[in-house]
Structure formats: structure tokens, C-alpha cells
Design a protein around this ligand. Structure first.
Ligand code: 5AD
Ligand code: FES
Length: 352
């Protein structure tokens, strides 16, 4: 395939944001593309600089419960992991955690948890309301699949944004890893969130068993059609306490390639250099910031339960508190010649 790939045509497709053919997608995710990868990253870095400038946005993540009803085959906190101690922060603990991080200069937060049946939609509305009442911050939820009415209630309670990765745009592949739910419901959730006026974040896992370049090409088209405000992607990292323990993980090269393509196809989207990328390569987040990314999401959760919120092994920052990460991330960003945005980081859509 490599020798027959028309490279001129490929670069032209990328420049003009034409959909990649399955062959082109297969090629960019194959080792045959290695000699050309830096050029792609450079293109994405240039689009990021031109469209969004040099600012990098910070979002502090609060992992407020690791209780989960789901059985995602890759995930370390799935209900299948019977040996894991479970925790749940109280409303006051969540509000105080955010208060502590506000004092360190964070103004934008992601409240993330498993799909914890211990909370009703009303409980969560109470938490959202308490956070928004006490702190002048932007609030993103990352709490999985809910009925449309619940999403509407969270929004009315003050939530600004919602993160829900589609994980893969391929319904058959999705079914292999998610015995408890359907791809169609996840897709429905994303449509509801958009219709309700959330700033929506989605994303995928790169390197899932059975996923090939053509499949990633379809993921890219799915995300392009969804036109989310944010897209977070990361490598699949096999967790020892899951059914996929023995599977090979995703590579940073594949992640950076997908990220760079996202930047070309969604020029104004907010794209994080994710913790998972930093966990498989000590320079993972720096490389992502130079291949299209413009967001970093440090963990600001209390130190007491960090060990128990490992979706994947080898997660960085388990022993670094919100202040340490704030300093570390600032140094990283400045070291790349970029600046830290200290505001709430709302997304301005551009025409393109
Ligand atoms: N490796 C990498 N990412 C994972 N996630 C869950 N489990 C893993 C894993 N083993 C990601 C999913 C989910 C996000 C919160 O964490 O993509 O959407
Ligand atoms: Fe957490 Fe660097 S971002 S220690």
C-alpha cells in the first residue's frame, strides 16, 4: 500500500479537509507514514497557532466518585473490578476541593465520576448548584449516560459543558467493549447534549483491540459531523484487573496522529493534551501540545482517593496535589513558548 499511496493527493486532502479514503486513513496510521508524521504534526501546530493562538487552557478535574454500574472492558473502575475499594465525595468535599483549586488559580473544572447509581439527578443538581453558587467557575460534567430530562436538569442547575466520549464510532466495535449499553444510546446522549445547548466534548480511545486505521478514519468523520466544542482522546492502556489485561495498548504516535487530524478537521475545537498521553510517555503531553492540543486537565482531586481512580495503570500525578500540578503544568506550557489562560476558557466558535 505504501508505495502505491499518492502522497500529493493525501496532503491535498488534509489541506482542504476532504474526508480521507479508507486507504488513506489506513496509511496515516501505519508505520509507512512514519517519515511524514512530523509534517502532519507541524501542519496541526500551525493551524492551532493561527486559529487559537498560543494560549493553553487549564481545566481541573475532580474525580468525585469511583462507583460505577458500567462494565467497560477496558476500564479499571468498571463494576467488574470487584476488588477495588469504592469512594464517594460529599457535596461539601467537592465544593471545598474546588475552592482549594480556585485559590491556586483554576477557573474551570470537570466533575467526573463513574456512572454511580448512588446519585439521583436531583442529588447531582444539588452538587452543581452548590459549586456554582460558591465559586465563579466554568463547570463541565463527565458523568456518563443519562436520560435527556436529567441532562436538561443539570444544565438548569448551572452546568456549562459536558464530556462524553463516543469511545468508537463503530457500533459493532463498541458492542464488544460495552456489554451494559448500546452505541445508539451513547450517540443519542451526545445529540441531546448538543440540542440542550451544552458546550459538548467527545472523543475516542485510540488503539482498542480490533480497531484499524480505516476505523479511526470513520471516528474522525463521526467527530467532524458532531462538531463538538472539545475532543479528548487518549491511548487505550490495558489495566490488569480488566478482561483486556493482556491486550496491546495504543501508541502515542497513533494518538498524536489522530489529534493532529482533529486539529485540521476541527480547527477551532478545544483539544486537550490528555493525562493518558502523559502516562505512556513522559513527554506525551508536550508532544500533544505541539501537534494541535491547547488544553491541559490537571487532576485536582483530594489526595485521599487518587489510587482508587485509576481507569488505567501508570497514571501520572497520583502523588502530586493541585498546587504541584499547577506549577508543573505552567512550567511545561511556558517551556514550550506558550502562555497559560487563567480564565474560564469558554469556547468561541469561528467560521471556517
Ligand atoms: N485506558 C485509557 N483510557 C481509558 N478510559 C477508560 N479506561 C481506559 C483505559 N484502560 C477513558 C475512556 C473514558 C475516559 C473517562 O477514560 O475513554 O471515556
Ligand atoms: Fe501533575 Fe506535572 S501535571 S505533576
Amino acid at each position: 500500500m505504501a508505495e502505491r499511496m499518492d502522497l500529493e493527493m493525501l496532503w491535498q486532502s488534509l489541506e482542504t479537509r476532504a474526508a480521507l479514503t479508507p486507504e488513506q486513513a489506513g496509511f496515516v496510521f501505519s508505520p509507512a507514514f512514519d517519515p511524514h508524521r512530523e509534517r502532519l504534526f507541524g501542519m496541526a501546530d500551525e493551524v492551532r497557532r493561527r486559529v487559537l493562538g498560543d494560549e493553553v487552557f487549564l481545566r481541573g478535574i475532580v474525580e468525585f466518585s469511583n462507583v460505577c454500574r458500567c462494565q467497560c472492558a477496558y476500564c479499571g473502575i468498571s463494576a467488574l473490578n470487584a476488588g477495588l475499594p469504592r469512594y464517594r465525595l460529599t457535596r461539601e468535599e467537592i465544593v471545598d476541593t474546588i475552592g482549594g483549586a480556585v485559590a491556586m488559580g483554576y477557573r474551570s473544572f470537570v466533575l467526573q465520576s463513574g456512572e454511580d447509581p448512588g446519585y439521583t439527578a436531583d442529588d447531582l443538581c444539588g452538587i452543581i448548584g452548590a459549586v456554582k453558587e460558591r465559586h465563579d467557575v466554568a463547570l463541565t460534567l463527565s458523568i456518563g449516560e443519562w436520560p435527556r430530562e436529567a441532562y436538561a436538569a443539570f444544565k438548569a442547575a448551572g452546568a456549562d459543558r459536558y464530556l462524553l466520549r463516543i469511545e468508537t464510532a463503530d457500533p459493532a466495535l463498541y458492542a464488544r467493549f460495552h456489554p451494559h449499553s448500546t452505541w445508539e444510546n451513547r450517540h443519542r446522549c451526545l445529540q441531546d447534549l448538543k440540542e440542550l445547548g451544552y458546550q459538548v466534548g467527545s472523543g475516542i480511545l485510540v488503539g482498542l483491540p480490533g480497531q484499524d486505521g480505516a476505523s479511526l478514519g470513520r471516528d474522525l468523520e463521526y467527530l467532524r459531523a458532531l462538531r463538538p466544542e472539545m475532543v479528548g482522546i487518549g491511548p487505550f492502556i490495558p489495566h490488569p484487573a480488566t478482561p483486556l489485561a493482556g491486550a496491546p495498548g495504543g501508541t502515542l504516535a497513533a494518538c498524536l496522529t489522530f489529534l493532529a487530524l482533529l486539529r485540521l478537521y476541527l480547527p477551532d475545537a478545544f483539544l486537550p493534551a490528555t493525562t493518558a498521553m502523559g502516562s505512556i510517555d513522559p513527554q506525551g503531553r508536550q508532544k500533544a501540545l505541539r501537534a494541535g492540543a491547547n488544553v491541559v486537565m490537571p487532576n485536582v482531586s483530594p489526595m485521599t482517593h487518587r489510587e482508587e481512580y485509576q481507569l488505567y495503570p501508570g497514571k501520572i500525578c497520583l502523588t502530586d496535589d493541585a498546587g504541584a500540578c499547577r506549577t508543573c503544568v505552567e512550567r511545561m506550557i511556558v517551556g514550550l513558548g506558550r502562555t497559560v489562560n487563567t480564565g474560564q476558557g469558554h469556547i468561541r466558535r469561528r467560521v471556517y
